[in-house]
Design a protein around this ligand. Structure first.
Ligand SMILES: [Zn+2]
Length: 301
């Protein structure tokens, strides 16, 4: 029977090695729909996001490196920053700090973990704790253009307001790899409600703001060949970035009026997909990396 929290939590992490110094991690036996990354330089290592935080992330990293570890958040959503509480400090754009502080909620995380495990027919002891009531880390600011030098690994912050106001992608300059966060994917969401509030007040920016961010990234496209992302696929074809940009611009210029969809397992309705792709199927169907966006019609400009 499962009893010892730490051992269980560590074993709940699943990973693949992208290359010598990049580990892609997925929490909770791969049951939760998020990826985050451990990037290792000569002098330091960085987590790019911390997932939901199910599992001992310090112990996990120590399997690969003894170097000092920093935490860089792509944005403030719970499924990316949930593990920040395990560290004394975490970097994030100031625009998402309030959301981050609201995200550090151990009760929500424990419920999510238990639901995911029981949904997969895996049962743990009643007193198994996945996320102890936690201290929030000290937040440190990320600004556009900031460089994080890990020793032979330079990560440049490229701010990308859209999916959330404080979204950022990280360009690993030497390896020509973009860690996109949720700023590029099969179907970025530009309609998420603010934490704990209705859809009337957006945590996402307008579609127009997102378009500006995508064009800013497109201008840097000559600097990367690979896109490592956080949901559904661990890696995206470069064409997906073009497809997302076209979908967003197409909604704004009227080419794509949008098809009604429901997201978050049907919990959020009244939103639209530019290309009419079913959010539940994106990532499963062969054509689903053409690049799409889910948006609300009262949140275009
Ligand atoms: Zn997100």
């Amino acid at each position: 029977m499962i009893k010892e929290g730490e051992t269980i939590m560590r074993s709940f992490l699943r990973y693949t090695r992208v290359c010598d110094n990049i580990i892609r991690v997925n929490g909770l036996l791969g049951l939760t729909n998020e990826f985050f990354y451990l990037v290792i330089g000569r002098n330091a290592a960085a987590y790019i996001d911390t997932g939901y935080g199910f599992g001992d992330l310090n112990a996990f990293a120590r399997q690969f490196t003894d170097l000092p570890l920093i935490v860089l958040n792509t944005h403030g959503h719970l499924d990316h920053a949930g593990g920040d509480f395990q560290f004394p400090r975490a970097y994030a754009c100031r625009e998402d700090w309030a959301m981050l502080l609201a995200s550090y909620d151990d009760r929500a995380m424990n419920e999510k973990a238990q639901a995911a495990l029981s949904g997969a027919g895996i049962w743990t002891e009643e007193d198994t704790v996945f996320a102890p009531p936690g201290a929030a880390p000290e937040l440190l600011e990320i600004r556009d253009g900031d460089l994080f030098d890990l020793g032979g690994v330079t990560l440049e912050a490229i701010t990308m307001p859209g999916h959330s106001p404080g979204c950022v992608s990280f360009l690993y300059r030497e390896a020509r790899i973009l860690f996109s966060g949720d700023n590029c994917g099969p179907q970025p969401l530009i309609m998420l409600p603010a934490q704990g509030e209705g859809r009337g007040k957006y945590a996402s920016c307008t579609l127009e703001v997102f378009s500006h961010s995508l064009h800013k990234l497109a201008a840097r496209e000559g600097e990367f060949d690979r896109i490592l992302n956080c949901h559904k696929a661990g890696e995206l074809p470069m064409s997906c970035l073009h497809g997302v940009t076209d979908a967003v611009d197409g909604v704004l210029d009227g080419r794509y009026p949008g098809v009604p969809v429901a997201v978050m397992q049907g919990k959020i309705t009244g939103v639209f997909s530019a290309r009419g792709l079913d959010p539940e199927q994106v990532g499963k169907l062969p054509n689903s990396y053409i690049g799409d966006v889910v948006f609300a019609k009262d949140n275009l400009r």
